[in-house]
Write a protein that binds this ligand. Structure first.
Ligand code: TMP
Length: 285
C-alpha cells in the first residue's frame, strides 16, 4: 500500500498511517467484520460521469409510480436535502428535521399502490449500479465467512433487489434499513419498525441487539461510507480493537476534503469502483 497520507495517481486516494498499522494488526480473517453504507458507497455515485440513482431515486425514476409521486418526492428532497448537508447546523438540530423528512417521504410512498413486483421492475429500469468490483467483494467476504452489515437510511427492499439483480445475496450479508410492509397479496401497506434516517445509523437502529454481541471476537472493523453520518454505523460493535474508516468523497470535494481526511483513515475521491477497498481486502484476506 502507498505510504502515509500519500496521494496516488491511478486512484485519487488519501491514506493515513493508521491504515498500514490496521493491515498489520489483522492476523486472522476470523477477527474481521465489515460495516458498510449502501447508496453511493457500495453503489455508484456516477457511471462514466453520469449520475446514478440512489434507493429513493429508483422509486422516483423506475417508471412504475406516476409522475406526481416523483414531483412530490423531489419537492421534499429540494427542501430537506440542503438541511441534511448544511455544515452550519448541528446534528442535534438536524435530527428532528430529518425525522420530519423521512416520515413525510414514507407516508407519501405508502399512499401509492406499490407491489413487490413493482420494486423489481423499478430496479431493472433504474440507473442504480453496484460499483465495479462489488460482486468480487461480496463473494470474497462470503467465501471467508466475514460478516457484512449493510446499514442504510434508504429502502431495504430496493437494496436487496439491486444486490440480487447485479450480484448475489450471500448468507454472510445482513441489511439494516427501512423495509416496506407488504400484505399477503404483495401490496404495500406501510413501513416496518422504526425509521432509520441519516443521523440515527448507529446501534440504536439495530434492533437485533445480538448482532454485534455475537461478533465481539471480530475486533477488527472495516467501516465504509460516504457521509459523516456513516462514521457511527459501527458504534454498537463490542470489543473493537481496530477500526479502519474508509470514506468515499463523491461531492463538494474541495469544501469537504480536509474534514474527510480528519474523520476517515482512507479517503477515496470521485472513484466509480471498489478497487481501493478490494486491494485492501486482498492484502488482509
Ligand atoms: P444513506 O445513503 O446515508 O443511508 O442516506 C440516505 C439518503 O437518502 C440521504 O442522503 C437522503 C436521501 N433521501 C432521498 O433522496 N429521498 C427521500 O425521500 C429520503 C427520505 C431520503
Amino acid at each position: 500500500m502507498p505510504s502515509a497520507s500519500q496521494k496516488t495517481e491511478a486512484h485519487n486516494i488519501l491514506i493515513s498511517p493508521r491504515s498500514s498499522s490496521f493491515v498489520m494488526s489483522i492476523g486472522y480473517n476470523c477477527t474481521v467484520q465489515v460495516v458498510s453504507d449502501f447508496d453511493f458507497t457500495l453503489s455508484k455515485f456516477t457511471e462514466n460521469g453520469e449520475r446514478c440513482s440512489g434507493c429513493h431515486n429508483v422509486l422516483e425514476e423506475g417508471g412504475v409510480l406516476p409522475e406526481d409521486f416523483k414531483v412530490k418526492a423531489r419537492g421534499l428532497r429540494d427542501h430537506y436535502f440542503p438541511i441534511e448537508t448544511n455544515p452550519q447546523l448541528s446534528i442535534e438540530e438536524k435530527i428532528p428535521i430529518m425525522v420530519e423528512w423521512w416520515t413525510q417521504a414514507h407516508a407519501l410512498l405508502s399512499s401509492y399502490p406499490l407491489t413487490k413486483t413493482g420494486i423489481s421492475e423499478m430496479v431493472q429500469n433504474s440507473t442504480a449500479k453496484l460499483r465495479d468490483g462489488c460482486p468480487w467483494l461480496f463473494d470474497q467476504l462470503d467465501a471467508k465467512n466475514i460478516p457484512l452489515l449493510i446499514f442504510s437510511a434508504g429502502v431495504g427492499d430496493v437494496i436487496e433487489e439491486v444486490i440480487r439483480q447485479q450480484s448475489q445475496f450471500h448468507k454472510n450479508m445482513r441489511v439494516v434499513s427501512n423495509y416496506i410492509d407488504f400484505d399477503e397479496e404483495g401490496k404495500m401497506i406501510g413501513f416496518k419498525g422504526d425509521l432509520i434516517h441519516v443521523y440515527n445509523k448507529n446501534e440504536s437502529s439495530i434492533h437485533d441487539s445480538d448482532y454485534f454481541k455475537n461478533l465481539s471476537h471480530r475486533h477488527n472493523v472495516i467501516l465504509i461510507g460516504d457521509s459523516l453520518g456513516d462514521l457511527h454505523m459501527a458504534d454498537g460493535a463490542t470489543g473493537v480493537k481496530n477500526k479502519l474508516k474508509i470514506g468515499f468523497l463523491n461531492v463538494k470535494v474541495e469544501e469537504s476534503l480536509e474534514l474527510y481526511k480528519k474523520k476517515f483513515d482512507i479517503v477515496i475521491v470521485q472513484d466509480e469502483t471498489l478497487d481501493v477497498v478490494n486491494a485492501l481486502m486482498r492484502s488482509i484476506l
